[in-house]
Write a protein that binds this ligand. Structure first.
Ligand SMILES: Cc1cc2nc3c(=O)[nH]c(=O)nc-3n(C[C@H](O)[C@H](O)[C@H](O)COP(=O)(O)OP(=O)(O)OC[C@H]3O[C@@H](n4cnc5c(N)ncnc54)[C@H](O)[C@@H]3O)c2cc1C
Length: 534
């Protein structure tokens, strides 16, 4: 018999029911021994991988996936052959060996999730990159955003999208992704350590919230600097200079020219000046579909009642969330980025324009639940042509929204029953949106097909959440769901297809959507890069 834990196979035990109220002091080995019908002493190691709450059971049941080593594990596997919930854990994936050489010092543009993780990975390969960010570091950025949310004064370089942490900083902070990505554990471990939030490692739907994301950024900055990254805030990429073969030769950063043969462009999808620059430099871009609509806000109690069977928030279940989609006869819409216990916030980057989004703090204690109800817009449905047709459409919507709101970032809004009936609301109900709501007909803002799709979806969602169509309000405009452009890139090198040395990364490049997927794309972009000899 083998006694060393490492001699035994690693087991993956899924759907293990945990005892109620067992958050503190849970003896995982005991739970596992009972599930596998072995002695407690035969469980050599046990690690909680994922924990989820099945809110459909009454009372709700907490289940977990556990990785374990158990004495005589091979025999146990044989005995349970065919049981999908007890299998040998897959071997850890090896990172590919990089082959693309970088001669000079790489420059990473943008300190959002993609840029931060890209810079970290470059530093770990010995490249000591320069990471530049147009916005401010997290502390002064908070002041700028607070002022913006208080009185609508926008700083076009330091706001909800621009600054340390990128669009992730003031986001809702949900850090899960549907993709089964081998980079996710590293990203979550890094975030959990930086935010001092071990729960994100085991929750099935991990959530950090704006406050813990901001905290994580201080620790992440220290980690990057210790690894050899130089960070420069309030430094904007203004130009990319190419040689005769279209290879990157240098960049201009806030007026200063810097030579480099590798620029990792992680600018997010709100950097419209960068999109213009890429077009001007002949970099191949294409328009891609994205979604627009409005935020819908309800009482959190209404959602709790429908999803959890009780209005109040229980400690075990937290504030209830939802994710719905609907389609019928050529019309379709879906919910996007639901923020239980959260707020609807203004998230503009341009003067005279308004876009809204949703965020929350880690406690999720606001009495509202909001989500975007959005409709996909393919580029061929939009007036105009060229790779930036979607960006132009976004811009028109955002300017019209600001105009209808009446200025100072007040948002155009409509009560849900009135939106369904096609009439203006007499007055707006209670809201988390701090800059004020202006009652309008959203049909004056959004295209007919978008309005009809949203109406169909809301009526359908009301079958799952009774009252969904009878209360609450829509707050517009939600125009920045994902990137309306893609920078085409070569799979073997990671370069733009026609610009060697330019690495488009993250959401702005059109290859990610969300914090974890953008961070993953940042890591991925460096996997092809060879280590620098130290
Ligand atoms: C309010 C809100 C809520 C959200 N909620 C969630 C959520 O709950 N979960 C989730 O997964 N995702 C959420 N998102 C989306 C998520 O934040 C983004 O998908 C993610 O941040 C994209 O990462 P990125 O690094 O590709 O780009 P970004 O985060 O946009 O970062 C790009 C960075 O580049 C900088 N930059 C741009 N141009 C230049 C330039 N010329 N020179 C120098 N720097 C430049 C910008 O200032 C910015 O800091 C939310 C977004 C918002 C706005």
């Amino acid at each position: 018999m083998t006694d060393s834990p490492t001699d035994e196979p690693r087991l993956l035990v899924r759907q293990v029911e945990l005892p109620p109220g067992s958050d503190d002091g849970l003896d995982l080995s005991e739970v596992l021994a009972s599930r596998l019908d072995v002695d407690r002493e035969d469980v050599l190691s046990a690690r909680l991988l994922k924990r989820s709450v099945d809110a459909r059971s009454r009372p709700p049941v907490v289940r977990a996936n556990i990785e374990a080593r158990v004495r005589a594990g091979r025999r146990l596997l044989d005995r349970h052959r065919g049981d999908p919930n007890l299998v040998e854990a897959p071997p850890p994936k090896q990172a590919p060996v990089g082959h693309v050489r970088i001669q000079g010092r790489p420059i990473v543009v943008g300190a959002g999730p993609a840029g931060l993780f890209c810079a970290l990975a470059l530093a770990e390969k010995g490249h000591a990159p320069l990471l530049v960010e147009r916005g401010r570091s997290v502390r002064p950025r908070w002041k700028d955003v607070r002022r913006y949310w208080r009185d609508g004064t926008l700083d076009a370089e330091s706001n909800v999208a621009f600054g340390e942490g990128g669009a992730g900083t003031f986001s809702d902070g949900k850090v899960y992704t549907r993709r089964n990505d081998p980079r996710t554990p590293f990203i979550l471990e890094t975030l959990a350590e930086a935010a001092d939030a071990p729960d994100v490692l085991v929750d099935a739907r991990p959530h950090l919230g704006t406050n813990r994301l901001s905290r994580a950024l201080f620790a992440l900055r220290e980690k990057l600097e210790a690894a050899g990254v130089e960070l420069r805030f309030e430094t904007r990429l203004e130009d990319v200079e190419l040689d005769d073969e279209r290879r990157v030769r240098s960049v201009t950063l806030s007026g200063e020219r810097c030579e480099t043969d590798a620029v990792f462009l992680a600018c997010g999808h709100s950097a419209r000046d960068v999109q213009d620059l890429l077009v001007a430099r002949g970099v191949t871009l294409e328009a891609r579909p994205f979604a627009v609509g409005a935020r819908i806000e309800h009482r959190q109690e209404l959602i709790n009642e429908a999803m959890h069977g009780q209005a109040e928030v229980s400690e075990e279940l937290g504030a209830a969330t939802y994710s719905f989609a609907w389609s019928r006869r050529g019309l379709s819409a879906h919910s996007f980025c639901t923020c239980p216990g959260g707020e609807v916030v203004a998230a503009s980057t341009e003067e005279g324009a308004l876009t809204v989004n949703g965020m929350s703090y880690s406690h999720r204690l606001q009495p509202f639940c909001n989500t975007a109800v959005v409709v996909e817009v393919p580029p061929e449905d939009l007036p105009g042509e060229g790779p930036l047709v979607g960006v132009e459409f976004q811009r028109r919507l955002e300017r019209r929204a600001a105009e209808l709101g009446g200025g100072a970032q007040r948002a155009p809004a409509q009560g849900v029953p009135d939106f369904l009936a096609g009439r203006k609301s007499r007055e707006m109900g209670p809201t988390s949106f701090r800059l004020g709501l202006e009652s309008v007909e959203l049909g004056e803002l959004l295209p007919e097909r978008v309005v009809a799709s949203m109406q169909g979806a809301i009526r359908n969602f009301a079958r799952r959440v009774p009252g969904y169509d009878r209360e609450g309000q829509l707050i517009a405009v939600e125009a920045r769901t994902t990137s309306p452009v893609r920078v085409l890139r070569d799979d073997a090198t990671g370069w733009s297809v026609n610009t060697p040395g330019l690495y488009p990364v993250g959401e702005g490049a059109g290859f990610a959507g969300g914090i974890v997927s953008a961070a993953s794309d940042g890591l991925r972009s460096v996997e092809r890069i060879a280590e620098r000899a130290r």
